[in-house]
Design a protein around this ligand. Sequence first.
Ligand code: HSE
Length: 306
Amino acid sequence: MKVHVRVPASSANLGPGFDSLGLALALYNEVTAEEAEGVRVRIEGDGAGRLAVNERNVVARGVSAAYEAAGRRFPGCALTCVNRIPLSRGLGSSAAAWVGGLVAGNSLLGSPLDRSTLLTLAARAEGHPDNVAAALLGGLTVSAGGSDGAIAVVLPVPSNLHWVTLIPEITSATSEARAVLPSSVPREDAVFNVQRVALLLAALQAGRLDVLGTALDDRLHQPYRVRLFPWLPSVADAARKAGALGCVLSGAGPALLAVVAGGERESSAVARAMEEALARAGIAGAAKALAVDREGAVSAKLGAPS
Ligand code: HSE
């Protein structure tokens, strides 16, 4: 049996919601998987020629983790991965790989694992639940690590908001972008973020776009990550001056995510302003609006009668 899985990109944190909020975006990786003796991986797109094509491949490790969790022997698998989510940019490529592998493995076994088990396995593998929750469930996700595993709730996203991503032509390792964070923070900074993440979720649900600018502010990670991305304040400022309600680091960066009310014209103006501001800092990058993915990881059996 062969299965096909489609997994969306994701933007984590959304400013103040460090390691909790995630937004699934309509940019997809695809995995085709079938059981085999040993592991073989073919990669098309981002990472081809660079990513491991043996049992160390993250998608293959995800498939194997699903077998292990289901108490089944993993014989191996033949995978084809079509990667459209750029690697090491802050758009959840690693989360998509874990989720793609886990969902593919689970489908090959006839789906013995439920979504909450898959979420817990993916969050454990990734080290934080925000990207994997969005990649698995789609939409705007609020996630937390609990003693019994990860938990996530999907919330509706206002359809009049547009999400512009700026993808710089530089990469950054999440581990390095986490290593610059302090191990403790002043209480006023913790309170600042609690207020903003609560305000952000309330504003999105109540349609209070007027407070989004304040609600997207953060003191837990971006001020420290400016060391790695010194152009962040000027590009975010350019996005706001071009009409964005707010502009934040996407996950651990270097990609940025701007929130825009309005239509295509407003989004394009923000996208161009972000590209130009990044270019002024000597870095090339491409910005475009991405729709919100509302389905998360979707699997289908190939060759099965429909
Ligand atoms: N919440 C994580 C971080 C996301 O900011 O480090 C990493 O993709």
